[in-house]
Ligand binder design. Structure first.
Ligand code: ACM
Length: 754
C-alpha cells in the first residue's frame, strides 16, 4: 500500500517535471530593430527572477515590474533568485533613446544612456513575452539586440474636439503609442465644434464653448444634411489633464497640446463674442469644415490667448505648444476696418501677412515663457514666425519650404499620415471623411522629401499620424482607424529605411495584433481583407492573411465556403460582377469584396494625362481611368477615382486601331463640402492616324446638383484611333462654401467608351 502511494507521488512529480513550458516567442518586433541576433537557449522569467537597476533607471524597473504583475502574473523578487534582469547606464551609447538588450540563459541586461532608452529596451523585451500568461514561468528567447530610432519626433495625434473620449481611453491610446516606441502625443484640444480644456480664467469656455447644440448625422456631403438634435460636449478638467500628462510621462510620451488660432475658433468666439471681428453672437459649430469666424487680432484677443497659454503651460511640460494656424479664412479680416487699419499701421501686404503678424506675436509670448511653437504649414503663408516648427500636412511642400528656411519640420502629409481616410476599398467600410490610405501606403512612407539636400534633411524631426474625429464617435472607431496604420508608421519613424520590408512587416503585425487583442483594442481587419486588380484580361485577388482561402463567384451571387477557391488570376472575357471573400474553413474572415468589370472599348489602351493626379488620390494611377472598373458610388478615395487639385485636365486615350465610337460616359464627383466640384464643361476631340477628324464644342455640364455627376455624351459612329478629352477645372470655389477662395478639386472615375 505504502509503495503504491509512493508510486503515485513519484509519477505526479514526473508529470510536473515533464510539463513543458510553452516555446519562447520568436522575435517579431515592431518597429524592427537596427540589429538583432537570435542566440541558443532561453531565459526563464519567474517569481524567482531578480530585478535590479542603476539608480537613474529605477523608474523603468518599476514600470516593468508593475507590468509583469498586472499583465503577466509574474511577481519578481529582489533577493533569492534563479535568474536576473539588470538595467544599467552605458555612457558609451550616444543616442538618448537607444538601448542594448542582451538576453542570456540566466541574465538579461538592458543598457542605455538614459531611462528613455531603457524604457524602449523594455518595450522590445515585452514583445518577446506572450501577450497573456497564466503559468508561473515564461521562457524567453536568448537574443542580442542593439537599437536606436531614425527620427527624434515620432507622433500620433488625436482630435478630441469633434468627438471626445474618456480619460481611460486616452491612457490606452498613450499605452499603445509608447509600446510602439512613439514619443509624442499631439492632443488637439480646441475647435469650432468644441473647446475641451478647462481654463479657469475663462469659465464660459466650460459653460458655453465646450458644448454644441447638436451634431451632423451621416456624411457632410449627404443631401439634405441631417442633425441628431442632441446636445454634445464636455471638457477635460485640469486635474484630468495632469493625470494624463503624468501617465504619459511614465511612458516617456510627451504631450503637445494644440490650442488653435486664429481659425477653428468658433467655439471660443461663441463663448466670448468680443474675440471675433464683428462681435456677433455665434453658436458652437454643429457640423464639420471650415468657418469664417476667426479670432480678430485685437488686444482683447491677445489678452485672452495669453491667459489661455498661461494655464496651458502650467499643465504641459512639453517644450512645444501647437498653435494650429491652419485653415483660417480671411473673409472677416477683409471686411473689418480694424484689421485693415492694423495692416496699414504695420506695413503688412495683405491678410496673409496679418496672419503671420498674429502668429509671430503669439510666438513671442510663448517663447518668453521658455516654450516653442509648432504650427500647420499655413503658417508659412505671409512669412514664417522666427522660431516656429512647421507641421506639413498639405503634402510635403510646406516641409520643403520650411527646411530650406532652416526651420524644423514634422511630416504629416494627408497622402500618408491621415488615418481619418478610408483604409480599404470595401463599400461597407465604416463611414470616414474620404480619401484612401491603405496600410501598405503608410508603410512605404519616407519622411525625408527627396527634394531636400543632406544639409536640409537635418531639419526633418520626424512624422506623425493624424486622427481627426469628425466621423469617429467612439473609442472603438478611433482604434479601428488608428490601428494597424499607426503600427506601420511606428516602423517608418523608428526603423532604418533599408530594413523595411512590407511582407515581413505583415508577418510581424500578426503577432503585434495579438497584443492589441489582449488589451481589447479592436483594429481594422487589413490583413484579412480581399483586394484585387484587373489587367484588362485577368483579375487577380489578394489578401495578406495568414490563413488564405479566397473564394469567389462571377455571377453576382454572394460567395460562401463552398464557392470556387481562388488559385490563379481569373480570366475575364465578358462583363462580369466578381464577388469574393476570405475564409478560414467555413468562417468568413473578411468583408465581401465586390467589383464590376465592364470591358468597354478603352480597356487596356494607352492613356496619357497632361498633369499628375494629387499624390493622395492617385492610388490606381492613370490606367485606373480605363481599366474597366468603376469607382465606389459612395466615395471618391478608392483606387479607381483620380483626384486633381485645382488643375485643368487633358486626357488622351490612344485606341491603337480605328475604333467606332458611339458614346463616352464619364463620372465626376461633386462633394462640394470637400472642395470637390464637377467641371462646368467638357470637350472631346477625335483623331484618326494623328489627324483631327471631329471636335466638339465645349459641352456645358448642367446636372451638378447631386453627389455624382454623370456625363454621357452620344456620338454617331465616329471612327477614331485617338481621343482627347479637355476637362477644365471648375475654378475658384464661390463665397459661402467650404474652401471658398481656393481652387476646386476635380475627381474623375472610369471613362467608358462604347
Ligand atoms: C488640418 O488637417 N486642417 C491640419
Amino acid at each position: 500500500m505504502k509503495i503504491f502511494k509512493y508510486l503515485i507521488a513519484f509519477s505526479l512529480t514526473l508529470i510536473q517535471c515533464a510539463k513543458k513550458l510553452p516555446e519562447p516567442i520568436q522575435p517579431s518586433i515592431i518597429p524592427i530593430p537596427e540589429f538583432q541576433n537570435t542566440k541558443e537557449g532561453t531565459f526563464i522569467l519567474s517569481n524567482k527572477t531578480q530585478l535590479s537597476s542603476d539608480t537613474d533607471l529605477s523608474v523603468v524597473q518599476t514600470y516593468f515590474d508593475d507590468f509583469l504583475k498586472t499583465n503577466l502574473n509574474i511577481n519578481t523578487t529582489s533577493d533569492e533568485n534563479t535568474s536576473s534582469i539588470h538595467f544599467s547606464i552605458d555612457s558609451k551609447i550616444q543616442n538618448d533613446e537607444a538601448y542594448h538588450l542582451s538576453i542570456n540563459k540566466n541574465k538579461i541586461e538592458i543598457k542605455s544612456k538614459t531611462a528613455k532608452g531603457a524604457f524602449y529596451g523594455v518595450q522590445t523585451l515585452l514583445q518577446l513575452l506572450p501577450p497573456k500568461n497564466e503559468a508561473n514561468e515564461i521562457a524567453i528567447q536568448c537574443i542580442e539586440i542593439k537599437d536606436k530610432p531614425q527620427f527624434s519626433y515620432r507622433g500620433m495625434h488625436l482630435d478630441v474636439a469633434r468627438h471626445m473620449f474618456p480619460v481611460s481611453f486616452i491612457k490606452k491610446y498613450i499605452d499603445v503609442i509608447a509600446s510602439l516606441k512613439m514619443n509624442t502625443f499631439h492632443w488637439h484640444l480646441t475647435e469650432d465644434q468644441g473647446w475641451r480644456i478647462e481654463i479657469k480664467k475663462y469659465p464660459k469656455l466650460q459653460e458655453i464653448a465646450a458644448y454644441r447644440d447638436e451634431t451632423l448625422i451621416g456624411h457632410y456631403n449627404d443631401q439634405p444634411q441631417q442633425f441628431d438634435g442632441k446636445k454634445y460636449g464636455g471638457y477635460y478638467t485640469q486635474e484630468e489633464i495632469k493625470e494624463i500628462v503624468a501617465y504619459a510621462s511614465k511612458r516617456f510620451v510627451t504631450i503637445i497640446p494644440e490650442i488653435e488660432m486664429p481659425g477653428h475658433s468658433q467655439a471660443a468666439i461663441a463663448a466670448y463674442p468680443e474675440l471675433g471681428c464683428t462681435k456677433d453672437t455665434v453658436k458652437v459649430a454643429t457640423k464639420w469644415g471650415m468657418y469664417d469666424e476667426v479670432y480678430c487680432p485685437t488686444e482683447t484677443t491677445f489678452t485672452f490667448l495669453e491667459g489661455v497659454i498661461d494655464e496651458v503651460i502650467t499643465l504641459f511640460p512639453s517644450k512645444y505648444i501647437h498653435i494650429g494656424g491652419d485653415e483660417a479664412p480671411k473673409t472677416k479680416w477683409k471686411n473689418s476696418t480694424f484689421c485693415q487699419q492694423l495692416i496699414k499701421e504695420n506695413n503688412l501686404k495683405d491678410e496673409h501677412e496679418l496672419q503671420s503678424y498674429f502668429i509671430s506675436r503669439m510666438e513671442k509670448y510663448i517663447n518668453s515663457k521658455g516654450k516653442q511653437i509648432i504650427g500647420w504649414d499655413e503658417i508659412l503663408e505671409g512669412g514664417l514666425a522666427p522660431n516656429a516648427t512647421v507641421m506639413s500636412w498639405r503634402g510635403t511642400k510646406g516641409a520643403i519650404e520650411a527646411a530650406k528656411q532652416k526651420h524644423p519640420v514634422i511630416l504629416t502629409p494627408t497622402s500618408h499620415c491621415y488615418f481619418d481616410y478610408y483604409q480599404s476599398e470595401n463599400e461597407n467600410e465604416p463611414i470616414a471623411i474620404g480619401g484612401f490610405l491603405p496600410l501598405e501606403k503608410v508603410y512605404t512612407f519616407n519622411p525625408i522629401p527627396p527634394e531636400l539636400t543632406k544639409e536640409e534633411q537635418q531639419y526633418v524631426l520626424g512624422a506623425q499620424g493624424n486622427i481627426w474625429t469628425e466621423y469617429m464617435k467612439t473609442p472603438e472607431k478611433v482604434a479601428y482607424m488608428a490601428f494597424p496604420r499607426a503600427i506601420a508608421l511606428a516602423e517608418v519613424v523608428w526603423s532604418k529605411n533599408e530594413l523595411k520590408n512590407y511582407d515581413n512587416f505583415k508577418k510581424r503585425l500578426i503577432h503585434f495584433q495579438k497584443r492589441l487583442d489582449a488589451k481589447q483594442i479592436k483594429y481594422a481587419n487589413d490583413l484579412n481583407e480581399v483586394s484585387g486588380e484587373f489587367n484588362g484580361t485577368t483579375y487577380s485577388l489578394h489578401s495578406s492573411s495568414e490563413i488564405k482561402n479566397i473564394r469567389y463567384t462571377l455571377d453576382g451571387s454572394t460567395p460562401n465556403y463552398a464557392s470556387k477557391l481562388y488559385t490563379q488570376p481569373i480570366s475575364i472575357s465578358k462583363n462580369t460582377i466578381l464577388n469574393a471573400a476570405n475564409f478560414d474553413e467555413e468562417k468568413q474572415i473578411s468583408s465581401l469584396f465586390t467589383t464590376t468589370i465592364n470591358l468597354h472599348k478603352g480597356v487596356g489602351k494607352t492613356i496619357t494625362l497632361n498633369t499628375d493626379p494629387h499624390s493622395s488620390y492617385n492610388a490606381g494611377g492613370k490606367n485606373a481611368l480605363i481599366n474597366g472598373i468603376s469607382g465606389s458610388n459612395k466615395r471618391y478615395g478608392d483606387k479607381e477615382w483620380l483626384g486633381f487639385s485645382g488643375k485643368d485636365v487633358k486626357i488622351t486615350i490612344d485606341l491603337d486601331d480605328t475604333t467606332t465610337i458611339n458614346a463616352i460616359k464619364l463620372r465626376f464627383h461633386n462633394g462640394n463640402g470637400q472642395w470637390i466640384y464637377a467641371p462646368k464643361k467638357i470637350k472631346f476631340d477625335f483623331f484618326l492616324n494623328d489627324s483631327i477628324i471631329t471636335t466638339s464644342d465645349f459641352i456645358t455640364i448642367n446636372n451638378r446638383d447631386s453627389l455624382l455627376c454623370n456625363v454621357h455624351t452620344k456620338f454617331q459612329n465616329i471612327n477614331a484611333s485617338k481621343i482627347d478629352i479637355d476637362i477644365p477645372n471648375f475654378g475658384i470655389i464661390p463665397e459661402g462654401n467650404q474652401g471658398a477662395g481656393y481652387k476646386a478639386w476635380t475627381f474623375i472615375d472610369e471613362i467608358i467608351i462604347d
